[in-house]
Design a protein around this ligand. Sequence first.
Ligand code: ARG
Length: 410
Amino acid sequence: MTERVVLAYSGGLDTSVAIGWMKDKLGVDTIAVSVDVGQGGEDMDVIRQRALDCGAVEAYIADAKDEFATEYCMPSLQANGLYQGQYPLVSALSRPLIAKHLVMAAKQFGATTMAHGCTGKGNDQVRFEVSFTSLAPDLKCVSPIRDLSLQRDVSIAYAEEHHLPIETTKHNPFSIDQNLWGRAIETGFLEDLWNAPTKDVYNYTDDPAFAGIPDEVVITFEKGIPVAIDGVKMTPLQVIQEMNRRAGAQGIGRIDVVEDRLIGIKSREIYEAPGAMALLTAHQALEAVTLERMQLRYKRQMVEPAWSDLVYEAQWNSPLKKSLDAFVAHTQEYVSGDIRMEMHAGRAVVNGRRSEASLYDFKLATYDSGDSFNQGAARGFIELYGLQSKLAAARDGKYGKGITLQASSL
Ligand code: ARG
């Protein structure tokens, strides 16, 4: 039997041409697999038919929207996943899931090699290939663009010559990747760091400069997972869709950054992730009242950045990532309750929180009479807490390095 390749098929020009190109160069048959992670756009059946028309021997669509929401976006929300403190990992989250469906298809259709449409300069090639081999160590990988010199002009010429049913004239100035958790836009005039993004860059968000009336929302969490909006029970997929719609209408979640790619390049990226950013704001606010302070500090300072780096850097299936998942899951035990937020003009501002499992104690915190806090205990605490500072200051004095207390003359 002719050797079979499973291709991550987007329906675009490059992966459409890759089907015939790999047949010509490698003599292989292609099984085209498209995974629906909520990217919207073209109808998946149209994409499937196009793969067959371009010569795929099998074409297969996997509806992974619920799985993506539940198994990928929700853990990232619980971990407050933000690469370099800003990017909610949109593309980085989808790659391991797409890879999983591709590997399942490879087993089903007896393929030995995996193919994707990534170039040699980005993170996604690494995420796909590391995911493939971490799920099925024996699989081989090929990237037609990177390994078989399938450049853009070559693709256009090939598609025209072979009359492939794909548009070759429409020139999109950007490279876009989008899914349920957000949208990533790069290249084109954005490569000049001084150029501000133009209005046509955005699609998930309305311009926050022209804000409508404020939108107040109540999000109910159970163990770090949003389970209802304004009292209406929803699945993770429905929550994300609803928040994308409402936060998007308020222009929330536009991000313009220069980020460090895994392969060493610094690159300009525009993201829009309205639902994700609003949910992250709410989740963090609920953690602030339900996590014990050392657990909260350790999670924020150590675990969240490490988790985000691992996911960004293609380590979704790695042992360390799994260990950190267990840590994060444990922290979410009491992250249950309601967050009220006003969404307006590009900002989601929390203005109410309530939780049965809160560590906030009104009687301890209040400045009114009737507080239960023993103020006298603070005195002894401070004496011991400040002990080492006192010793260090005395030592500085002895060595003539004490803090100068004279006011500086004018
Ligand atoms: N830089 C982002 C990441 O590595 C987004 C990449 C998305 N790809 C694209 N063609 N826009 O996760």
